[in-house]
Design a protein around this ligand. Structure first.
Ligand SMILES: Nc1ncnc2c1ncn2[C@@H]1O[C@H](COP(=O)(O)OP(=O)(O)OP(=O)(O)O)[C@@H](O)[C@H]1O
Ligand SMILES: CC(C)(CO)[C@@H](O)C(=O)[O-]
Ligand code: BAL
Length: 300
């Protein structure tokens, strides 16, 4: 069945109202609402988020909104692919109940909004460094979506690892009664993480793109034993940056962090990553596409 589409906040709220609080289903359970926030142009990565949502809730709301406040000057807000009809057809095959596709005016009566949601130190590194203000825009739009939909659970992809960490922090700091679920990265057969922006790649760039994942996997292999010197670690990273650049990418960052996005522990002599979950994160341009990827490593 095709999901019902709403373009404004009051209509969506009215549609969801019957499911709240006291409403029960045939098994006498309370109905749970899941939110899957997206910017549309849906691919299998998004579809898997919806499938996960269905394991955790009864009513699935997918938001499709290209959020202007998270795009910087000169970024691709205007050209970002908007494919609502195709998106809704895909969502029908996977059993989403409601699509929330608001206009910019519906979401932002005043633009830029005078009220801000700032995520602090976690948001100023990595993507936040190359896209200043990006996570402030994500923070306000996700807060608004949480307030509008009031879901019990919300699903975000681990492809946007830093975003997921920021949203978990937002939920904790603003006391949202929402369970946040991180969904595994869905990849093409050759390893490239699926992403709407992959369609900016030319045919020949698309052949090169999986190298990013392969280099992360290779670095993960080399780090997983732990116990290497700081110098050896730095030289591994330097080598990886060179290999990725030589393949034709322009690197925004290639970094290794603790799972919580802190600095990996080191002392003056030894780079000590034993018994830690670490994550290798990369953002790199290939032609017009800025590709994101990451790889978790259990060390030791
Ligand atoms: N390959 C993927 N695997 C798992 N989750 C994904 C994947 N791609 C996107 N997502 C998740 O889908 C949600 C919506 O993301 P979004 O609509 O920006 O898609 P996208 O493909 O990441 O687009 P973009 O190319 O603009 O980054 C986010 O939580 C994101 O992490
Ligand atoms: C979470 C999100 C939908 C907010 O606009 C966006 O950042 C995205 O698609 O990852
Ligand atoms: N999923 C990423 C959202 C953005 O690049 O704005």
């Amino acid at each position: 069945m095709s999901p019902i589409i709403y373009h404004d906040i009051p209509s969506l709220r009215a549609a969801l109202q019957p499911y709240r609080g006291h409403q029960i289903d045939k098994q006498d359970r309370q109905q749970r609402i899941a939110l899957v926030p997206t910017m549309g142009n849906l691919h299998q990565g998004h579809i898997e988020l919806v499938k996960i949502a269905k394991q955790h809730a009864d009513i699935i709301v997918v938001s499709i909104f290209v959020n202007p406040t998270q795009f910087g000057v000169g970024e691709d807000f205007d050209s970002y692919p908007r494919t609502l009809d195709e998106d809704v057809a895909k969502l029908a095959t996977v059993g989403a109940d409601y699509v929330f596709a608001p206009s910019v005016d519906a979401m932002y009566p005043v633009l830029p909004p005078p009220t801000t949601v700032l995520a602090g130190a976690i948001s100023s590194q990595l993507c936040g460094q190359s896209r200043p203000g990006h996570f402030d825009g994500v923070g306000i739009v996700v807060s608004k979506l949480f307030n509008i939909v009031q879901p019990d659970v919300a699903i975000f992809g681990q492809k946007d690892y830093q975003q997921l960490a920021i949203i978990k922090q937002l939920v904790r700091d603003l006391s949202y009664p929402i369970e946040i679920i991180g969904a595994p990265i869905i990849r093409a057969d050759d390893g490239l993480a699926l992403s709407s922006r992959n369609q900016y790649l030319t045919e020949s760039e698309r052949q090169v793109a999986p190298i990013l994942h392969r280099e992360l996997q290779d670095l993960a292999e080399q780090l997983k034993g732990g116990g290497i010197s700081q110098q050896a670690f730095e030289s591994l990273l330097k080598d990886k940056r060179t290999r990725i650049s030589d393949a034709g990418f322009t690197i925004d960052y290639l970094e290794v962090k603790t799972e919580a996005l802190g600095s990996v522990v080191s002392d003056s002599t030894t780079f000590n990553i034993e018994n830690k979950n670490i994550v290798i994160l990369v953002a790199a341009w290939l032609g017009r596409a800025r590709l994101l990827d990451n790889q978790l490593v259990v060390v030791g």
